[in-house]
Every structure is written in structure tokens, then in C-alpha cells.
Design a protein around this ligand. Structure first.
Ligand SMILES: *[C@@H]1O[C@H](CO)[C@@H](O)[C@H](O)[C@H]1NC(C)=O
Ligand SMILES: *[C@@H]1O[C@H](CO)[C@@H](O)[C@H](O)[C@H]1NC(C)=O
Ligand SMILES: *[C@@H]1O[C@H](CO)[C@@H](O)[C@H](O)[C@H]1NC(C)=O
Length: 391
């Protein structure tokens, strides 16, 4: 009872995403960074106005012959766009060799950067940012285009996969730059990318060589590598179970479902119909606290229909990733493994033919949103151990 009361109070005190929270031993700063990218954008033949349109879309994209009959993504054209990206950099108060490695965190769908830094009563055990800072690393986490405090342009024509990747490449270079304004006077020598779910695909694409399109942020110097190691969570490299997530989530138009919060958003921004549908895709009983899943639904960020649609158009070659890779998985991940990662992750490891080291930790008791299960901390320890050895 008491715990529930504390929870309710934390809802009142902390509406929306909470960003720059520093523990006693850390310093953090929030930024709004203008990033220009020049990339191919795709014409998408899709119009979403009402919930009915989404029901139609869900049917189209999950029917068994969808790949044969449903082709909303058409031709591409190159465009240069400027986006404002919300981000936070944190470092341990006492700088040292370890803090010259930054962990660059890319979140998945339906959340924003607070995925890595949730703040509510009892959230310490789920907080990756605090865990990494306690281990001595610097951390940079940002809202992907279309979520949190970042720009929310057209969810169909603008929030697409290619700009997400190019924005991440730009942010990486901004951190690597000597005297970067975004690192609180910390010289950054190594960048470790950590991505979750859709963010894992974005991070992998950023590290795969020869991405289509180039970034044009002036003042950034060419750097030999787009990063030094890669950690993928909520990821198996396979897509065939996405339809479970799509059908099970029963997406609704965010502006119509929650007008008090999101009436201003274009109608291609979506939310799962309710907390239970969201939990079906993200959680596995009995390995989580249901109130935590409810908190996550309350603090979700609507996601754009265009980014997943256009990801399929990108020929992502995992074999061209040349840095150490770690795959960290909840054993019962629905989206990545169809609800059972057993027998799936050997194939995932085999994708990274160009990596000097591939490590798979797939035994954590949890579902897709592993960070919000009881074993989150355990998975963070495995990630930090990998990072220590890899860079
Ligand atoms: C679904 O597919 C049908 C054709 O099979 C098409 O007419 C309709 O526009 C599609 N709707 C959406 C929202 O994808
Ligand atoms: C973009 O379109 C051009 C011309 O239609 C095509 O050759 C190219 O492969 C496309 N690029 C991507 C990244 O899809
Ligand atoms: C981005 O492009 C705009 C106009 O195209 C330009 O005015 C601006 O200086 C550029 N900003 C950055 C950060 O590159």
C-alpha cells in the first residue's frame, strides 16, 4: 500500500520525461543540438487520419502475404534537413581515463531518452545512466527524431530510418570533436554505442560502413571510426516476429487517444492502445513489477509510423561492422525472438562476420524492455564488463 502511494505521488511530481538528474558524484547537462543531415527520404503512400486507418494499416502489414502485397514505400529523393535534438551529457565528477569513454545511448520506439534514466520512487535498480556513471563512464543520451524533446516533423515523410542513422553519426562526431561543447570539458577518446530495439538497428546501421547519404554538420572533423564498440539490446537481427508486436500493440492515433497531451501531433504518431497491449510487447511475467510497466505506459512517447516502414529499404550489412559487438537479451523477447530467444541468438552472433569479438548474453529473465525487469541491473553489469574489455 505504502509503495503504491509513493508511486502515485511520483506521478504527480514528475510529469513527463526527467532528463538531467545527477547523483552526488556526477554532473549532467541538457542540450538542444541543431543537426543537419543530407540523406535519401522515401515517398510513402500512406495516409493516417483516424484509428480506423491504423486498423487497416495493421491488417495490411501483418497479413501473411504482406511482403508480397503491401508496398507503401516508393522512390527516394535526397533532402537536407535541420533538426533540433534533445540530449543529455553526464560524467563522473572526478574525471579519469574511464570517463574519456562515452556510452552513447539510442532508445527504441514508444519511449524517449528517459528509457535509460527513469526517475520514480524505487527506480534506481532500472537506471542505466546512474549505473554507467557509477562505473566511471561518461554517458550521452538523446531523444531520437520524433520523440521526447526533439523535433517532431511529419511522421510519414520526415521521421524515417536514414535520417535517424545520419543524426546518430553526426552526434558521434560532435562528441569526438576536440573541445566539443557537449562533453563538459571531457576529452572523448572512445565512443561505445548502446541501442535498444529500433535504436539497436539505428546504432548498428551507424556503425556499418558506407551508409547511404552523408552528414553535413559544419565544423566537425572526419574521424576514423563512427564508434569503437556496439551493444545491442532488444535485438536479434531478425524481423519475422515484428508482426506480433504490431498486431498485439493495436496502435492508435496518439492525438486522438490522448488529446490532453498530444492533440498537436500529426496523426501518424501512434501509441499502443493501452498499458496491457504495451506490456504484451515489452514485458514478461513474473519478472517485472506491474506498476513499473504502468509507469512506462504513462511516460511513453508516441512513435512515428515512418521510421519502421523505411528501415526495410536500408540494406543493412551487419558483416561490415568492424568493432566488438555484444548482444544482451531478455530470454522472452517478443519482438526480437517471437517470445523465446532460445535457439535464435546463435544466428544473431553469426551476423557479425567482420567483428573482432562477438559476445551474446541472452539469458536474462525478461522480455523486450529488459531495462524495466528485475534483472536489469544484472544486464547492466554484463554490459559494463563487456565495455571494460572491449575499449
Ligand atoms: C491497405 O491495403 C489496401 C489494399 O489492399 C489499400 O487500399 C489501403 O489503402 C491500405 N491501407 C493502409 C492504411 O495501409
Ligand atoms: C534511391 O533511388 C535511386 C534512383 O531511383 C536508386 O538507384 C537508389 O538505389 C535509391 N537509394 C536507396 C538508398 O534506396
Ligand atoms: C544547417 O542548415 C541551415 C540551413 O540549411 C543553416 O542555416 C545552418 O547554419 C546549418 N546548421 C548547422 C548546425 O549546420
Amino acid at each position: 500500500m505504502l509503495r503504491a502511494a509513493v508511486f502515485a505521488l511520483s506521478h504527480l511530481l514528475l510529469p513527463g520525461a526527467v532528463a538531467a538528474t545527477a547523483g552526488p558524484g556526477h554532473v549532467c547537462k541538457d542540450f538542444h543540438i541543431a543537426v543537419n543531415v543530407t540523406v535519401p527520404y522515401y515517398d510513402v503512400d500512406l495516409s493516417i487520419e483516424t484509428h480506423w486507418d491504423l486498423v487497416d494499416y495493421i491488417f495490411n502489414s501483418t497479413r501473411r502475404d504482406s511482403s508480397e502485397v503491401f508496398h507503401p514505400v516508393g522512390r527516394n529523393h535526397t533532402e537536407t534537413t535541420t533538426s533540433k535534438i534533445g540530449a543529455t551529457f553526464c560524467r563522473p565528477r572526478a574525471r579519469g581515463k574511464t570517463s574519456e569513454t562515452v556510452l552513447l545511448l539510442t532508445h527504441g520506439s514508444m519511449v524517449d531518452r528517459s528509457y535509460w534514466n527513469p526517475v520514480f520512487a524505487g527506480s534506481e535498480q532500472y537506471n542505466f545512466v546512474q549505473h554507467a556513471l557509477d562505473a566511471g563512464y561518461s554517458v550521452f543520451f538523446y531523444d531520437r527524431l520524433g520523440s521526447g524533446t526533439s523535433d517532431r516533423p511529419s511522421p510519414i515523410t520526415q521521421v524515417q530510418f536514414a535520417p535517424q542513422v545520419a543524426i546518430l553519426n553526426s552526434l558521434t562526431r560532435l562528441l569526438q570533436r576536440s573541445s566539443s561543447p557537449y562533453t563538459l570539458n571531457t576529452p572523448i577518446r572512445k565512443v561505445v554505442h548502446i541501442g535498444h530495439s529500433f535504436g539497436a538497428f539505428v546504432a548498428a546501421a551507424a556503425l556499418a560502413t558506407a551508409p547511404p547519404g552523408t552528414t553535413t554538420t559544419p565544423g566537425t572533423l572526419p574521424h576514423p571510426a563512427p564508434g569503437d564498440a556496439l551493444v545491442l539490446t532488444g535485438f536479434s537481427g531478425r524481423f519475422e516476429w515484428l508482426s506480433l508486436f504490431t498486431a498485439g500493440g493495436q496502435a492508435r492515433v496518439a492525438a486522438l487517444q490522448f488529446p490532453h497531451k498530444w492533440a498537436h501531433l500529426p496523426h501518424g504518431y501512434m501509441v499502443p492502445v493501452d498499458a496491457y497491449a504495451a506490456a504484451y510487447g515489452g514485458f514478461r511475467s513474473p519478472f517485472f513489477d506491474r506498476r513499473v510497466a504502468e509507469w512506462l505506459y504513462e511516460h511513453q512517447s508516441p512513435y512515428a509510423i515512418g521510421e519502421a516502414l523505411t528501415a526495410g529499404a536500408w540494406a543493412l550489412d551487419f558483416g561490415s561492422i568492424a568493432v566488438p559487438v555484444q548482444v544482451v537479451q531478455g530470454r522472452y523477447d517478443l519482438t526480437a525472438c517471437g517470445g523465446n530467444c532460445g535457439g535464435v541468438l546463435d544466428g544473431t552472433a553469426a551476423l557479425f562476420t567482420g567483428s573482432p569479438k562477438v559476445e551474446v548474453n541472452g539469458d536474462f529473465e525478461g522480455g523486450h524492455n529488459l531495462n524495466f525487469h528485475y534483472e536489469a541491473k544484472k544486464s547492466y553489469e554484463a554490459i559494463i564488463e563487456f565495455v571494460r574489455e572491449a575499449v
